[in-house]
Design a protein around this ligand. Structure first.
Ligand code: B12
Ligand code: SF4
Length: 504
């Protein structure tokens, strides 16, 4: 990876302005020249990381925010200090921005998931790295810059994780000018971290396998300042069951509508389900991950218990809460038939939405260590660590089959007829808000798939027999609807002659 020579000593700098940046890859920016990225509101939301860092910035500094997803970044900013927030997939762009800003004499500080889990790699490109929560550390970095002390410390870390009672309300006012691009700017966080230890998970690595909670009164006060619809960005909002029950009970009178993320354990507690629903929960993103018990045990996620999926998902749906399933493909127990089996399961379990992830060993996680030791990491271009690219050597299939099968499953789940069917089914069961949500989410994912050319191919589909006329017809149908099969990899033969699986 290219790095700029970052100085070991630093002259004192008087700071008046601070710019906080969320970098974005070129192909997702609304400002990109080819106009293929929709400017409409879509699955862009939150930037809670930056609005929270802005709130933790001492008041004597003027703070601005630039989310490169939705507005151009002015590299000739007059801010003396620029803070950049990034996850692993965005690291190459963040490094590029840091290089440009250094050329312009700026002090550049990194924070967020990649800097926290990969601080040494990050430190080669930045003047300082905040590893962990900004609260408590970020003001110290700014003070050190003004005192000329930066070169000595470089990586800032908490000894004890901060108490969330000290987290100020995020500066949403700083995103007012770009609000029209986001599905919502009302993102709220009630807990940080998760006490489970899933081996692939950045959350538990970042928060040292703990979960901290904010005082319920602080959360309620924040909720009163925002509109009816919002998202809780917690990773496992029911991780601390007693806290969740207290929060949900207190929220009911507010008449809000929200979505969040949690583990399947919510299904085992009818009281918790009811409290969540009464508090306005429309849907939960839930990590189902895999149908294989062996994979679950490799992931350290036995508590999911694959045999109970259908029953537990049905219980959640009966409570009136929709389910977006998080699925991982490419684990050691997966063979080329996994995609077809998974599609069958998702349909039978009446899953409302899908987030499909190709197994990705994110740096800083136990999974990364495991794959690195085994020499099974085939690509360290961080921009491919977005869960949509194969960066490992899988055990039960080829890398090409994994890529094709994952693309195929995604494209099949978000086929237009299936999106319509799911939305209609939900509508007919009287859940109007959930139907609208499922429709919007479905169309957004479908659009992303089309834009990124994700079609794929079922690795275990039988080659089609039949006439040349039949093959020509299939090609025409595929060109018209985008429903045919097409490989993004070079390993696989040409799509011609491959048929959509009739069982699906
Ligand atoms: C909302 C969200 C999204 C939203 C919006 C993203 C955004 N930037 O806001 C959307 C849906 C777009 C999204 C997409 C993706 N996401 Co996402 N997302 C989240 C989620 C759930 C919440 C983010 C959030 O608001 N956190 C709350 C804030 C307060 O926490 P924070 O960001 O960590 O910030 C604190 C510190 O990190 C630090 N800090 C952060 N930035 C900075 C900067 C400076 C200068 C300083 C000093 C400190 C600092 O201070 C903050 C306050 O203490 C996180 C999980 C999580 N819990 O964070 C995943 C997460 C960040 N996403 C992740 C991933 C992988 C993705 C995707 C690549 C793939 C995917 N399938 O989800 C895509 C890529 C999108 C793209 N191309 O840019 C991973 C990143 C893992 C990693 N190691 O890189 C996470 C951690 C989820 C996970 N379970 O692993 N995501
Ligand atoms: S339950 Fe979810 S958030 Fe918690 S460690 Fe496992 S994957 Fe991460």
């Amino acid at each position: 990876m290219n790095s700029t020579q970052v100085s070991e000593t630093q002259a004192a700098v008087k700071i008046s302005k601070v710019l906080l940046v969320l970098p974005a890859a070129k192909h997702v920016r609304v400002t990109s020249a080819d106009r293929s990225v929709p400017r409409r509101k879509m699955l862009r939301f939150s930037i809670l990381g930056l609005t929270t860092v802005a709130a933790a910035t001492p008041p004597q500094y003027e703070v601005t925010i630039c989310d490169e997803n939705v507005e151009p970044l002015d590299l000739d900013t007059d801010a003396e200090v620029v803070g950049i927030s990034f996850m692993t997939a965005i690291a190459p762009r963040a490094f590029e921005i840091a290089r440009e800003l250094h050329r312009r004499g700026k002090i550049v500080v990194a924070g967020g998931f990649h800097p926290t889990l990969c601080p040494e790699d990050t430190a080669r490109h930045f003047d300082a790295v905040v590893a962990g929560d900004a609260e408590g550390l970020w003001p110290k970095v700014l003070a050190d810059i003004e005192a000329g002390r930066l070169g000595k410390t470089k990586i800032y870390r908490h000894r004890d994780l901060p108490d969330l009672a000290c987290v100020p309300a995020p500066r949403r006012d700083l995103t007012a000018h770009t609000a029209k691009y986001y599905a919502t700017i009302n993102a709220v966080q009630t807990t940080r971290g998760c006490a489970n230890g899933c081996t692939y998970c950045s959350i538990t690595a970042f928060h040292r396998q703990t979960q901290r909670t904010r005082p319920v009164e602080d959360v309620l006060a924040e909720l009163k300042t925002i509109g009816r619809d919002f998202i809780f960005v917690d990773d496992n909002i029911i991780g601390d069951v007693e806290y969740a029950k207290k929060l949900f009970a207190a929220m009911a009178p507010l008449k809000k509508r929200w979505i969040s993320q949690c583990s399947l354990r919510i299904a085992d507690d009818p009281e918790l389900l009811k409290l969540a629903r009464d508090a306005g929960c429309l849907a939960m993103f839930i990590g189902i991950e895999t149908l294989s018990g062996a994979n679950l045990s490799d992931f350290g996620k036995e508590f999911n218990d694959a045999a109970s999926y259908r029953k537990r998902i049905a219980a959640i749906r009966r409570a009136g809460i929709g389910v977006q399933a998080g699925i991982i493909v490419g684990a050691d127990g997966d063979d080329p038939g996994v995609f077809e089996r998974m599609l069958g399961f998702l349909r039978a379990a009446r899953i409302d939405a899908l987030q499909l992830n190709i197994l990705t060993p994110l740096p800083g996680t136990p999974l990364f260590e495991q794959f690195d030791r085994a020499g099974r990491i085939t690509d360290t271009d961080w921009s491919k660590y977005d869960f949509r690219h194969v960066v490992i050597r899988p055990a039960g299939m080829t890398a090409g089959q994994l890529q094709d099968g994952a693309d195929w499953l995604y494209a099949q789940f978000y086929r237009l007829d299936r999106i319509i069917l799911r939305a209609l089914r939900t509508l007919l069961s009287g859940k109007v808000s959930l139907a609208v949500l499922a429709w919007q989410l479905g169309m957004t994912y479908r659009y992303d798939n089309i834009r990124e050319g994700i079609v794929g191919r079922n690795p275990v589909a039988k080659p089609a027999s039949g006439s040349r006329f039949g093959a020509a017809l299939r090609r025409a149908w595929s060109a018209l609807t985008g429903l045919g099969e097409r490989s993004r990899t070079e390993e696989c033969p040409d799509a011609e002659g491959v048929q959509e699986n009739p069982a699906m």
